[in-house]
Design a protein around this ligand. Sequence first.
Ligand SMILES: [Zn+2]
Length: 255
Amino acid sequence: MTRSKQPRMPYVRTVGFTSYEDQLALGEQGKEDLERFCGLLNSTEQQELREHLRELIKAWQESGPNLEKMMYGSHKHIRNYLMALCSGASWMPTAWGRALLFLNPDYGRLEELIGRERVNRKKPEGGWMLNPEVEAWKEFGYFTLNPHCEKLAGPCARCGNYYVKKRASQKVYCSRRCGNASTAAVRTAAKLKAERKEKMVRAKALIREWNTLKGRSELVWKVWLREHEPSITDKFVTRRVNAGELPEPKAGRKP
Ligand SMILES: [Zn+2]
């Protein structure tokens, strides 16, 4: 059996949008499109779009992802909007063997459903643009057509960014950098906890020694402590005593 020969040309998207300015592939969308989508989810410039998209992705993730469940459950109100935005396709021949397929978002239908005001807003420099909410529905609709969409993960436990998984097991951190930093933080916290525990053991032993000390009435606790264990201050002891974690040192000579 011979395999059909692939045309020798760079990766060309065969499905796109009618508007050439936001050329994005559908059906044959690659990981680069997923990275672009991640960029929107992490965007600091397009706050509104980002929040709307994050809400959709959170619901999508929580559904399983099970898009059917989401679109007939928590998000049934937007199902028709997405159908309008991801509707109609037009076929267009190219200069090589294949054709392109473009989606034609039906903004007219969407306006009928939710009203023109909610679909568009005036740009400060003139003209109209989609409201971030509608933009988010559209982007989400296209995202669900990306064959790699289930590789999207996030938010990262450390930096809060969304990311494209490099391995199926990459479920918590967006990058090795975040993973390592987090492990380091956990290690530091564990070390501090161990040090504190050890300090408490020493403090307890010192208080016991002091409380049973002969001739204690001739000595000043603070001074005695400083001489015996400079790394433990009487302030530390007082705080721990007040918290009920250490026994109280008995009275000595007044300082
Ligand atoms: Zn991260």
